[in-house]
Design a protein around this ligand. Structure first.
Ligand SMILES: Nc1ncnc2c1ncn2[C@@H]1O[C@H](COP(=O)(O)OP(=O)(O)OP(=O)(O)O)[C@@H](O)[C@H]1O
Ligand SMILES: [Mg+2]
Length: 437
């Protein structure tokens, strides 16, 4: 039996270990502390903890004073009726005392290994967690050794302490796994919800032009239309079909870029060339609407995919054209340094109310513009932003109702040693831009 003084010593050590567990220490460290504590209390002993892995093999988890070569030699041990003290203890589910391993039949396989490291006695007790054997706590001696009552009491206490530490470690791991699974479930649910919203909005968006195609086709088939009326109907059908096609193209682009499957070929691209090419395309429409478009700023190169950069600039320009009143100006400013290049598209249009800004990059959300006469699906900005990001850049938007809107695409400068620095694009108040020619 333990003396009063010894009980105090054991309790002190147990408390220290429990404090270590509570402070969140790694299981390996806790097991080392337990092994060392018992070694201190039991002269000449060397302790080890082996735990079962998923394949049912015993793995060395702590053996602070045993020779590393010996621990490596028993690591991976398969429990069985004669598998050293530890393998046998796990197999039987009860303590196994081999007071002299040089003669014990259960040490047949490990006899030479034990002799090599000067080990003569090994006594192993199963560690249980939730009623199941999960490993063993072993005590070695360098001479033949038979444990007495005091030794048994000490080992019983320390094996129990080990069980508590293992149990705590498993509960923590399970709690963390549950938490991770819950986070994954929530994120899948959000993605699913976003996807169904997207599909609903897409079908809604396609329905209008499809209905228009159906009804004009029906008119053509059933009514006796004049040549002009027929021409008009065919034009409406053509327009609706083109609208469907552009939605499908944008949706496919968006899906590809979001899946990381959009082929993006980054090369040195002259920004001014792309801006001018985009302006050439948009100018006829802008002129018909009485808008003045133009560009200023230096010419420089950025890392971009030429076709996609043009798509981004065109999307921004077409928004400015769509949402600006006749007589106002649309300006493109280029600006670049050693690290980044920026393209600003600034208009003097209707602007976007602050409370709607959070929705401008939401697919199919047109912020109420669907009630107006301007066509569109509400995909342009989100696509332009995803494309900019796929090129390693950013796209930001700021707007003031009644003053105008300012979009800025930022890309890495050609030859910059790293992609975009952690800097947000310089977004100015639209008022700060000079619209004079
Ligand atoms: N320059 C702008 N001025 C005012 N409002 C804008 C401007 N750009 C975008 N918006 C608002 O943001 C909404 C979303 O723009 P986005 O480009 O994504 O869609 P869209 O232009 O309506 O359609 P799409 O680009 O798919 O043809 C627009 O419907 C409009 O309400
Ligand atoms: Mg648009």
């Amino acid at each position: 039996m333990l003396s009063g003084e010894e009980v105090t010593a054991v309790l002190d050590r147990q408390t220290a270990v429990m404090e270590q567990v509570a402070s969140g220490a790694q299981l390996g460290e806790v097991l080392d502390s337990i092994a060392l504590a018992l070694e201190e209390l039991m002269a000449g002993s060397m302790c080890s903890v082996l735990l079962l892995d998923e394949e049912g093999r015993l793995r060395n988890r702590s053996a602070p004073t045993l020779a590393a070569g010996f621990s490596a030699g028993v690591d991976g041990l398969v429990p069985g009726p004669a598998a050293g003290s530890c393998g046998t203890a796990v197999h039987l589910g009860e303590a196994v005392v081999c007071s002299d391993v040089s003669t014990d039949y259960r040490w047949e396989t490990f006899r030479e290994l034990a002799a090599l490291y000067g080990l003569r006695a090994c006594w192993s007790s199963p560690i249980r967690s939730r009623g199941e054997v999960v490993g063993t706590f072993a005590v070695y001696h360098q001479t033949p050794y038979e444990p007495d009552e005091r030794d048994r009491e000490l080992v019983r206490r320390f094996t129990h302490l080990t069980s508590l530490a293992v149990e705590h470690d498993r509960s923590t791991a399970e709690r963390e796994a549950r938490h991770r699974a819950e986070l994954a479930r929530q994120s899948a649910e959000r993605a699913n919800h976003a996807k169904s919203q997207f599909v609903t909005a897409l079908s809604h968006e396609l329905r209008t032009p499809l209905q228009s195609i159906t009804s004009f086709t029906e008119n053509l088939q059933t009514l006796d239309l004049s040549p002009d009326q027929r021409q008009g109907a065919l034009e409406r059908i053509g327009g609706a079909a083109a609208h469907i096609l552009s939605i499908v193209d944008d949706v496919l682009d968006l899906a590809r870029v979001e899946a990381g499957a959009m082929p993006i070929e980054l090369q040195d691209v002259d920004v001014k060339d792309e801006v001018e090419a985009s302006l050439d395309l948009i100018e006829p429409l802008a002129e018909r609407r009485g808008l003045h478009v133009g560009c200023t700023g230096p010419s420089f190169s950025v890392r971009a995919d030429r076709r996609r950069l043009r798509q981004v600039i065109l999307n921004l320009l077409s928004n400015s054209v769509r949402f600006s009143a006749p007589g106002t100006r649309i300006r493109v400013y280029t600006e670049g340094d050693d690290l980044v290049g920026r393209v600003h598209v600034v208009d003097q249009g209707a602007g976007i109310p602050e409370e709607l800004m959070a929705r401008v990059f939401v697919p199919f959300d047109r912020l109420g513009a669907e009630a107006g006469r301007e066509g569109g699906a509400g995909l342009g900005l989100v696509l332009a932003r995803r494309l900019s990001e796929a090129m390693g850049g950013t796209l930001e938007l700021s707007s003031v109702v009644g003053v105008g809107t300012h979009a800025v695409v930022m890309l890495s400068a050609a030859g910059a040693s790293r992609l975009l620095p952690p800097e947000t694009p310089k977004l100015g108040d639209v008022r700060g831009f000079e619209f004079a020619d």
